[in-house]
Design a protein around this ligand. Structure first.
Ligand code: NAD
Length: 291
């Protein structure tokens, strides 16, 4: 099966990144959101990413032109999926919301279309059960920032066929990504490890083991991680991280109980870079400053 038309649902941090790599790879790409300002913001940020790519010599002006020509935005999911070959859902990590997207897409998309979700934790079998095509459903888990992170974790649900996995592997490779194939288990490989490391860093911060800067520096320079776990939480979004931990706590047990300090930051609206403040303060400078 050849994929030509891709629908990306949700124009937030992940959706806009996925739409960028999709349109750049030559797929006719429709980005959908319920919020007009998000769509506008996403469109501008996609063009900005392409411009930065051109400055670095990674994107040619022809590629940027074809990216812009390949990209459409809409507020109507129903219209967006009518001719789609592949749906990539990237709405917030709330089961009820993802269920609504799957049911709406099922009602309007052609029967051959493959449905995927960029969920970080939720069961593909459960998401597939909201469609009538569980054989054509899988998780396609991209990473943030999508244009730079090389992996797509492909997760099978109970009924996912080999053909579906083969098609999404080809799509991911065309988008310039490497893939791994994971069997269904909460948190897959990456979210399971990353949630645990980030949560432990929050426990350390709370216990006064070291400052946020020194926890991040220790992990970067001592363990050779490209980013510290607290910086990464700020990038991912503390609310998203807390959501993941709550789900993993329910499904995998006590070791994933969210650190109280993380819960407190989320209650205070300190959600990370997108909010201007998380573990670090981003209000006055793009550099990290003291918490
Ligand atoms: N942020 C990360 O680093 C990261 C990494 C990997 C996977 N994920 C997963 O990707 C998904 C999206 O996360 P995000 O961080 O991009 O979220 P986000 O909050 O930045 O963006 C979500 C977008 O979905 C839109 N939306 C909400 N309801 C909608 C609807 N009914 N129809 C269409 N659009 C709708 C919102 O307006 C928003 O623009 C989540 O499942 C998350 O777990 C996130």
């Amino acid at each position: 099966m050849t994929i030509r038309n891709v629908t990306v649902v949700g124009a937030g941090i992940m959706g806009r990144g996925i739409a960028y790599v999709s349109a750049l790879a030559g797929f006719s790409t429709t980005l959908v959101d319920v919020a007009e300002d998000k769509l506008h913001e996403a469109y501008e940020s996609i063009k900005q990413t392409a411009n930065k790519g051109m400055d670095r010599g990674k994107v040619t002006s022809e590629q940027k032109e074809s990216l812009v020509a390949n990209l459409n935005t809409t507020l109507s999911l129903e219209a967006a999926v009518i001719h789609t070959d592949l749906v990539i859902e990237a709405v917030p990590e709330k089961l009820a919301l993802k269920k609504h997207i799957m049911e709406t897409a099922e009602a309007h998309a052609p029967s051959h279309a493959i449905f995927t979700s960029n969920t970080s934790t939720i069961s593909p079998t459960e998401l597939a059960s909201y469609t009538k095509r569980p054989e054509q459903f899988a998780v396609m888990h991209f990473f943030n920032p999508v244009h730079r992170m090389r992996l797509v974790e492909m997760v099978r649900g109970l009924d996912t066929t080999d053909e579906t996995i083969a098609v999404i592997r080809t799509v991911a490779e065309q988008m310039g990504k490497e893939t791994v194939e994971v069997n269904e288990f909460p948190g897959f490989v990456t979210s399971r490890i990353s949630a645990l490391v980030g949560n432990e860093a929050f426990h350390m911060l709370q216990e006064g083991v070291a400052t946020a800067e020194d926890i991040d520096k220790a992990i970067r320079l001592g363990l050779n991680y490209p980013m510290g776990p607290l910086e990464l939480c700020d990038l991912v979004g503390l609310d998203a991280r807390l959501n993941n931990l709550n789900y993993l706590h329910q499904t995998l047990g006590e070791k994933y109980r969210p650190a109280p300090l993380l819960e407190q930051y989320v209650k205070a609206g300190r959600l990370g870079r997108k909010a201007g403040k998380g573990v670090y303060d981003y209000t006055n400078t793009s550099e990290l400053i003291k918490k």
